[in-house]
Design a protein around this ligand. Sequence first.
Ligand code: ARG
Length: 429
Amino acid sequence: MQLWNKGFEPDKIIEEFTVGSDRELDLMLAKYDVEGSIAHIKMLQSIGLLKKKELDLLLPALEDIKNSIEKGDFKIEEGVEDVHSQIEFLLTAKLGDIGKKIHSGRSRNDQVLVDLKLFFRDEIKRIAEACNKLFARLQDLSEQHKDKLMPGYTHLQIAMPSSFGLWFGAYAEALTDDMQILLAAYKIANQNPLGSAAGYGSSFPLDREMTTELLHFENPHYNVVAAQMSRGKTEKAVASALAAIASTLGHLAMDICLWMCGNFGFVSFPDELTTGSSIMPHKKNPDVFEIMRGKCNRLQSVQNEVALLTANLPLGYNRDLQLLKDIMFPAIRELIQCLEIADFMLQHIKVKSDILEEKLYDYIFTVEDVNRLASEGMPFRDAYKKIGMEVQNGTYKPTRKVEHHHLGSIGNLATERIALKMKNIMKEF
Ligand code: ARG
């Protein structure tokens, strides 16, 4: 049975194909659908489209549905198209004609939009929390290992001394940039589409400011066509935030895979957090970080999927938009999973000490030596040449002097300033 039934049933094949994964995915929207409906009917009553006593019957019935959703008892039944239909059917089954009244001045197009905005708003906050937790872990590790030097690379060739403090701290600060993008997505999601109805408004005198306030949105999407256009646009913004975070996390995963490799051995994890090989008995593999790297790479393609799905759609609602849920919902879940497992793994990371003592890194202090000569008065180019020639003819003696770096950029982690950046962003969610 469809909400739009007017005397004929669609063919079963058509129904299954068009409903797709909605019966499953819409469960994520159920709670928000009820919240949207509660705001909508309070507003309908305020403009005289519902009587007070009708509202008083509808509100507890909607609360009951909300409870069943929270308890996990709510289902979208076979033959029911989506969550919006299921909730309206439940209300009508319980209250008869009054249940049918809630849809005045509303279309499923603005209904699903409002659900999605509320859903994205909450999910973005969950992502922000997970990022913030990982951020704190990275900051901690950065401080904890600030004196442990490691090689820095350019072109994947040994370059200059770096430190574990810098490495962990780099990913913490990178996350603050990603969070700016996430915050932008949050602001885009935090606008009320309710009242735009099918996308062209309503002839009822709907009070859109009232539903905006009730649902704690920052403001309405004032233009009803813009409200409808925000389906797809919001997803694009969220997808670009997912991509930003995934790119940082994927990069971190790659570093770890490389550095767990026996040729480096810079970091390791307790045996029980590694995985084995079915043939090579000695193997301790970084599967967690490989899966993370793979997922994070894939997550960066979500924005392309959204862009292609919505490219050149005619203005107004089109059913293609339904498929955005198939792309976005699993992607959000996956990113949160990656953030959580990254935090879990890093809690157990072991970092190698005295790496730069190895002969392999004899030349890593040459820039130090050049700089020291230059600060003693020798022109930089001459100092560069002198050390360069020593390296070339094999007379260079590694000094392993790092004081300069400790006072300079390696020692300067600015942990507190970076923490303040994050704190200020977090306040805005
Ligand atoms: N399941 C639909 C979606 O997610 C709900 C909106 C249906 N609207 C319509 N005009 N058929 O887009």
